[in-house]
Design a protein around this ligand. Sequence first.
Ligand code: ADP
Ligand code: MG
Length: 370
Amino acid sequence: MIVALIGSPTRTNVDLAFAWRAVGVDARILWPHEALRVLGPEDVALTRLDVLPTLDGVEPGLELVDELERRGVRVLNRPPGMLAAHDKLVTRDRLVAAGLPHPCTAHILPGCRPDEVELPCVLKPRFGSWGQDVLRCRDREDLERGLELLSSRPWFRKQGALAQELVEPVDADVRLVVAGDRVVAAGRRSAGPSEWRTNVTLGGRVVRAELPDGTDVLALAAARALAIDFAGVDLLPVDGGWTILELNGAVDYDRRYTLPGLDPYAAILEGLRIPHRPSARGTLEEGIGKEVVMTKTAHGKPARPGDEIVIAGHSVGDAPKTAVILEVLGEPDHVRFRVRWEDGHESIFFPGEDAIIRRPEPKRRAKASA
Ligand SMILES: Nc1ncnc2c1ncn2[C@@H]1O[C@H](COP(=O)(O)OP(=O)(O)O)[C@@H](O)[C@H]1O
Ligand SMILES: [Mg+2]
């Protein structure tokens, strides 16, 4: 039985594949079209397609996942659930319909006057990620200025923006990771210096934490409401309780989110009912409340546009995956790249130990013929 992670070889996907192989699972990272070629009715496909760097949709290939399902592959994170998580407008509708707490959210169409928007609020894209283009507006002037700024974005012209009630105090939240009917990992996130958004891409820190009371029930209910099997659920504290900020269908995940007594990688397999050998790895009992720093370096750094990224094929699929760096984003200690993969699609890539960055040889100048 193959367990395929359908998506790019992101650091999280590579980590998942490695950890699952260590407990006897034939885990591979496959592009949707590769999955169609390789998978059959005895196999599992876990959709891990992310939003596009342009913040206006999902990486290509979701329709091929439908085809996998028609062929009898057991698909986890089915396309409707992925779309509900990636599109924050659909997330709102699903959570509200299920009676779950979610900050009040309005849709602002391009060209419309946002007279009804309650302040303070947060402006954000429907298909957002990495905290990109998420703006805090305290008053009408902020709002006008924010909309002015966003009106230059192609995603805004296509889909408008969401104006969401600002939940205060800002700058700390909790992320729970749900797999099937269990919470497999969690961590507290706090914003980096001079930042209010908690995204790790913006310098946010992750601290190991016990599950705050009541958060597990809420996270599981949120995943159920969206019909998603494996997702991150971000919660913000309100009035002694919690509200659901968003769900991440291609959640970035690592050992920083380990819960006491639980191997976070094996727990996902258990939650998703994927057979595997018992995990030999010890669980992490210590470290509650400590920040855990992850290595984010890659071989051959520092990288620059034009460099190539190679993810070796031994654990990720049939062939090595390669991409070219189009843009280096973020700050030096949490750098990320906008890359173009060999199939031509673009995504955001966080360097991990498994990524080799190489600089193509400069093309030899053709010798001038005499
Ligand atoms: N309504 C809100 N109230 C308080 N903080 C918010 C709100 N919306 C977003 N944030 C902050 O901004 C960050 C990014 O917003 P989020 O909606 O999660 O978008 P993204 O998908 O880009 O991560 C959150 O992690 C949180 O710290
Ligand atoms: Mg977020």
